[in-house]
Design a binder for this molecule. Structure first.
Ligand SMILES: [Cu+2]
Length: 257
């Protein structure tokens, strides 16, 4: 169990530093382990890298876990100064509060970085926003989901050119948070699909939109999130379908019972 926590923490810590973890160190033990309930990692804050750019807000993570402390490291690359805050999805400048503290930082000038530590008490739909969200119709936000503290986390390592899941046995009907870390030198993607399919991501319809079980363009050193529930038991695979990678061996079979 300690090794999957180690991988999780390392994977997140590398964001922004450009360090590439050796891919072989813990891969062997990882495969033996079951999905780790998220609350076991409670303690040290997990870093979330955020950029406020002229084109909008980008964040390194899209799924966070209730009860887990996070440190948002927010850099403004836009010309105007921007305030940054965390708020419920769809809000217009309504920062979360806890113990008389607001989930907000002082306005950040161009080229400057501010840090915000926050622990989400409850799961739900949230957004990272800056002052532009309050000014425009569509807003400038980065949406994210906070899942319940007992959500099982499945760490997955992508390297050049293997896929190593933290567990290969999953359950149908259960929400999983796949934390996918690219420890390779190439950019990879993460696809959940039926076993022996080739680039046919599982899909679901949510809020009238088709969502695919896929995360594209995971850069070296980056960790990406995918929340997914397998509706039915069966054999599935985790794969990368960047041209040539699947053929080079980037797939791992998982059994859903
Ligand atoms: Cu790949």
């Amino acid at each position: 169990m300690t090794s999957s926590i180690l991988v999780r923490v390392l994977g997140v810590t590398t964001i922004g530093f450009g360090i590439i973890i050796g891919s072989s160190a813990t891969a062997g033990t990882l495969a033996q382990e079951a999905a780790t309930p998220a609350q076991t990692t409670q303690g040290a804050p997990i870093e979330v890298t955020v950029t406020l750019a002229a084109e909008g807000i980008t964040a390194s993570r899209t799924a966070l876990v209730a009860g887990q402390p996070y440190r948002f490291v927010v850099t403004n690359t836009d010309d105007p100064t921007h305030a940054f805050f965390l708020e419920p999805a769809g809000a217009r400048h309504a920062p979360l509060t806890a113990d008389n503290t607001q989930a907000a930082v002082d306005p950040i000038a161009q080229g400057q970085t501010q840090r915000l530590e926050w622990t989400f008490a409850e799961p739900g739909a949230f957004q990272m926003a800056d002052d532009r969200a309050a000014q425009s119709q569509t807003g400038v936000i980065a949406a994210f989901t906070v899942v319940p503290a007992d959500t099982p986390v499945v760490p997955v390592q992508l390297s050049d050119f293997t896929v190593t899941p933290g567990t290969t046995k999953l359950e149908a009907g259960k929400l999983y948070l796949f934390e996918v870390t690219n420890t390779g030198a190439a950019t990879h993607e993460f696809v959940l699909e039926p076993a022996s399919a080739v680039d046919e991501p599982l899909a679901k319809v949510a809020y009238g939109a088709k969502l695919e079980a896929e995360v594209e363009d995971i850069a070296p050193g980056q960790t990406a999130d995918l929340l997914w529930t397998f509706p039915t038991a069966g054999r599935y695979q985790m794969a990368c379908h960047v041209p040539g990678h699947f053929e080079a061996g980037m797939k791992a079979t998982v059994t859903v019972s």
